[in-house]
Design a protein around this ligand. Sequence first.
Ligand SMILES: NC(=O)c1ccc[n+]([C@@H]2O[C@H](COP(=O)([O-])OP(=O)(O)OC[C@H]3O[C@@H](n4cnc5c(N)ncnc54)[C@H](O)[C@@H]3O)[C@@H](O)[C@H]2O)c1
Length: 450
Amino acid sequence: MPRHEPVGGVMKVAVFGLGYVGSVTAACLAAAGHEVWGVDVDTAKVEPIAQGHSPVVEPGLDDLVAAGATSGRLHATTDPRLALERADVSLICVGTPSTQAGSTDLTYIKRAVRDIAEAARVVVRPESGFHSIVIRSTVPPGTVDEVVAQVLADVPPPEGLTFGTAMCPEFLREGSGLADFYEPPFVVVGTRTPKVGTALTDLFSFLGVDVQIVDVRTAEALKYACNAFHATKVSFANEMGRIFRHFDVDSREVMKIFVQDTSLNISPYYLKPGFAFGGSCLPKDLRSVLHLARINDTELPLLAGALATNERSVRDVVDRVIAGPGREIALLGLSFKHATDDLRESPNVELAERLIGKGYNLRIYDAIVNPGRLVGANLRHVTSKLPHLQRVLTDDPDAALAGADLAIVAATDRPAVEALLRTPPARTIDLSGRLGADVEALPGYEGVGW
Ligand SMILES: NC(=O)c1ccc[n+]([C@@H]2O[C@H](COP(=O)([O-])OP(=O)(O)OC[C@H]3O[C@@H](n4cnc5c(N)ncnc54)[C@H](O)[C@@H]3O)[C@@H](O)[C@H]2O)c1
């Protein structure tokens, strides 16, 4: 575990909330050489730390808290004023529980921010005249910009002190909290105030990890993305076990091999927001697994949900088209992925069929698909869905875009991008996210999921 003197110098840090996250954070920062004051409204959390014990059960934490108390670098109090006196940074680690309706209860966050703002008005301010208020609790996107900002507008800082705010999500897991704190997957700071970014870069310099400065809402959303993904992984593995058990398959063996594929399975692949999946294999094989489940009276809601959410991706685009003006549409890209003419279960074909069915006039550009050369199941599929494909298909993107009110763009090839830049329609819906900054800067540009 790295415990060096902090590169940016010793900082005075107030840690609000001394539960699992706050007590680990406070003890580790003190061990790294910072002067740390933990604050909690609950004396059951404060007293143990003040006496050199951990208030929560976490391997190694008792020793670290004891060392912090002995070194005089770790303090605990119920009085925010003691913590705020000359403090450079406040880290807010209070609980953000679910309400009965499932929303996030931000009561403790608001209270902690108010406690900080009120204490800052009556204590000696830091020499720099700047104090960073940083959320480490898990909070919905918009919390720092709206909820925290509102409290700070209600209780502004005293003259000579400026507040900067940030979101810096915590990724530790209970049971391995210390190890996770010292080796985080990333240190991400969402802020629009460079001074806060610098303060946190200095504060965490002892970790030896690059601090990534991002947009505030990206940092807020990141933690939810991580936890939603982890939950999905567990449920996926469990569903594999639930179905294959009926076929005398040891799913532990299946998953042991499954994870060895680090190009498609455990990798960034398939993890970019965009449009629906399709093609000749994914929908078909997913349906097969769901059928196997049905005939074995087994429910696989996660995998069933994957098909449902895929359908939703197509419907969302249709709904967005309907919600806007114009009847003339250029669909750039028809096959399910670049450099193939396979149209079987292409979500773009599905999209085209639905829009034509709703009376829109479509012109379709595809660099590769040639209706005259389609054969077999590929031909049967497309003629059942788009009987007039020959009439509306072109290999000239300018021809597809001529007179279009709206472009829906799945293709990412150079001719498509250049044609869009030459004659941009009033509205462009980008399904891939790979069209480049110039297209994204066009007026009327919309990402499908960004
Ligand atoms: N537990 C984890 O493994 C973990 C990991 C990463 C992120 N998180 C997130 O971090 C946050 C904290 O989680 P936790 O498990 O440490 O919570 P916790 O319930 O263990 O601790 C929260 C503490 O905040 C205190 N508190 C409430 N209001 C306060 C105030 N105004 N001032 C000072 N203290 C106050 C409570 O008394 C309590 O001791 C949550 O948003 C959680 O989702 C948790």
